[in-house]
Design a protein. Structure first.
Length: 269
């Protein structure tokens, strides 16, 4: 992606036996075209690539996290552009799926974020990360029953590296919160990555999708777990608003809608 010289990028990197993990963090997307000398700016790239009439208030277009298999060059990476490709650009998902709750909220407040063109203004995405092959190797993906080593996860070893990268965030015109972020933790024996999409539409619902990636430092494969949780506000009435606004707490109070476990292997092309 093009880079403006005036924008500082904070970078982090760590190497393990078989893996390289890097993070990059910068400012939010520019609010107008900055194209020059034939180089397309990210404002134009996003608006031309995505069929959305609006973007999240805080779209961190240059923020990325990448996990690379060192010997093959295959990567798992996370960026906001790929994530926003999954947003429905033709339907208001909340209006369709939660019609009664949504109509009650609209009647009570008398206002809501809207655009002439219907689209999912909550920016809901089922994004699970992006995969990149190399000239000599590629990813294979299969279902698995394998699980991360719980004893290693619970061990009180020294954290070698950790970071959080926010990809986008929007307050839904003061009607809730929509946030996609990715966290990483590198330990002496393993790498753990958590990609989380958190959505709260006040008085309507709370939805969380978490995608975890676990690989031990000597492995040539990754265990991937996707868990989707969701509940109506009416089912969460026993919790105070402060709890509903705490994504780290409320996630474990939501019922699981579905989950899947995959194994990603690096194989010769």
């Amino acid at each position: 992606m093009p880079m403006l010289a005036t924008q500082k990028v904070d970078k982090g990197e760590i190497l393990t036996e078989n893996w390289s993990l890097t993070t990059e963090k910068c400012h939010i997307l520019q609010s107008s075209c900055k194209c020059k000398e034939g180089v397309k700016c990210n404002y134009c790239l996003y608006n031309e690539t995505l069929a959305l009439p609006d973007l999240p208030e805080m779209t961190f277009d240059r923020n990325t996290l990448s996990l690379t298999h060192r010997s093959s060059g295959c990567r798992v990476f996370f960026n906001p552009l790929d994530a926003l490709r999954g947003v429905d650009c033709t339907r208001d998902i909340i209006k369709v799926s939660y019609a009664a709750e949504w109509q009650a909220k609209r009647s009570a407040l008398g206002h809501i974020k809207s655009t002439p063109k219907p689209f999912d203004w909550t920016f809901s995405t089922a994004y699970e990360g992006s995969l990149a092959n190399s000239p000599s190797h590629q990813w294979s993906c299969d279902s698995t029953t394998d699980q991360p080593d719980r004893s290693k996860l619970l061990a009180r070893d020294k954290i070698l590296f950790h970071d959080e990268v926010v990809l986008f965030e929007d307050e839904l015109a003061d009607n809730g919160s929509s946030k996609l972020s990715v966290k990483c933790r590198v330990m002496p024996q393993f790498v753990l990555i958590l990609l989380r999409f958190y959505l709260r539409v006040d008085h309507v619902m709370v939805h969380v999708q978490e995608t975890r990636f676990y690989c031990e430092n000597s492995w040539d494969h990754i265990l991937k777990d996707v868990t989707v949780r969701e509940a109506k506000y009416s089912a969460l009435s026993s919790f105070p608003p402060s709890v509903l606004h705490d994504e780290n707490f409320i996630v474990n109070k939501l019922p699981v809608l579905r989950s899947s476990q995959k194994i990603l292997r690096v194989v010769p092309s």
